[in-house]
Design a protein around this ligand. Structure first.
Ligand SMILES: Nc1nc2c(ncn2[C@@H]2O[C@H](COP(=O)(O)OP(=O)(O)OP(=O)(O)O)[C@@H](O)[C@H]2O)c(=O)[nH]1
Ligand SMILES: [Mg+2]
Length: 226
């Protein structure tokens, strides 16, 4: 189990004059064939580096990073899942339970990892993930330009058909790190917006949940990269 990125501690006694706002946690799972680079992508986002060496993930590795969106601190909890069937079968139920967003990853240099996406999407659908849960598609290893097997146009068509945004990235190339960050930041922004709306809808209804953020940003500014 590994962790990277900032720690998302709520304000302590030293800031007791400020209103106490609990840090929200968004659970994002990263799914796809073995060897597509799920561990490297999550490492890049949470730790800011490309790992020298990785081994097949067994079960799940958790990583997290605290980000700030429109003045609110949000903890992005990334579940780096195992691609190999034998290392994931006892865990699958846990992956999908209370998930907030799903990242499907394929390897742009391996067509089979792209065609297998159908299977991953079916698995996700089979676990009753609500339609409101955002899903994105990530084509990784774009630095291997001479080996590309999955054209962007094909991936875009697939993403459109499944109502997903497409990100083409490289966990390895430091120049691409902003694109990797954009995957998770975009999801965090969408989740924040969705949940604020949901809570606003529920406000005023007796016995229902209320917004956690007592001071909505009036500026309308967003740091969302998408
Ligand atoms: N060239 C290149 N290699 C990458 C990239 N991302 C990952 N790799 C390599 O691909 C291999 C597999 O990466 P992992 O991140 O361990 O793959 P995974 O999807 O987590 O695999 P499982 O844990 O078995 O599901 C490793 O040798 C990485 O170094 C990338 O963007 N570019
Ligand atoms: Mg892995």
């Amino acid at each position: 189990m590994a962790a990277g990125g900032g720690g998302g501690r709520p304000p302590g006694p030293e800031s007791s004059l400020e209103p106490y706002v609990q840090t929200r946690i968004f659970k994002i799972i990263v799914i796809g064939d073995s060897n597509v680079g799920k561990t490297c992508l999550t490492f890049r986002f949470c730790g800011g580096t490309f790992p020298d060496k990785t081994e097949a993930t067994i079960g799940v590795d958790f990583r997290e990073k605290t980000v700030e969106i429109e003045g609110e601190r949000i903890k992005v909890q990334v579940w780096d899942t195992a691609g190999q069937e034998r290392f994931r079968k006892s865990m699958v139920e846990h992956y999908y339970r209370n998930v907030h967003a799903v990242v499907f990853v394929y390897d742009v240099t391996k067509m089979a990892s792209f065609t297998n996406l159908k299977m991953w999407i079916e698995e996700c659908n089979g676990h009753a993930v609500p339609p409101l849960v955002p899903r994105v598609l990530v084509g990784n290893k774009c630095d291997l330009k001479d080996l590309i097997q999955v054209p962007s146009s094909m991936a875009l068509k697939f993403a459109d058909a499944h109502n997903m945004l497409l990100f083409e990235t490289s966990a390895k190339d430091p120049q691409e790190s902003q694109n990797v960050d954009a995957i998770f930041m975009c999801l965090a922004c969408r989740l924040k917006a969705q949940r604020s709306l949901l809570c606003r809808d529920l406000e005023g209804r007796p016995g229902q949940a209320r917004r956690l953020d007592p001071t909505p940003d009036a500026s309308g500014k967003t740091s969302c990269p998408c």
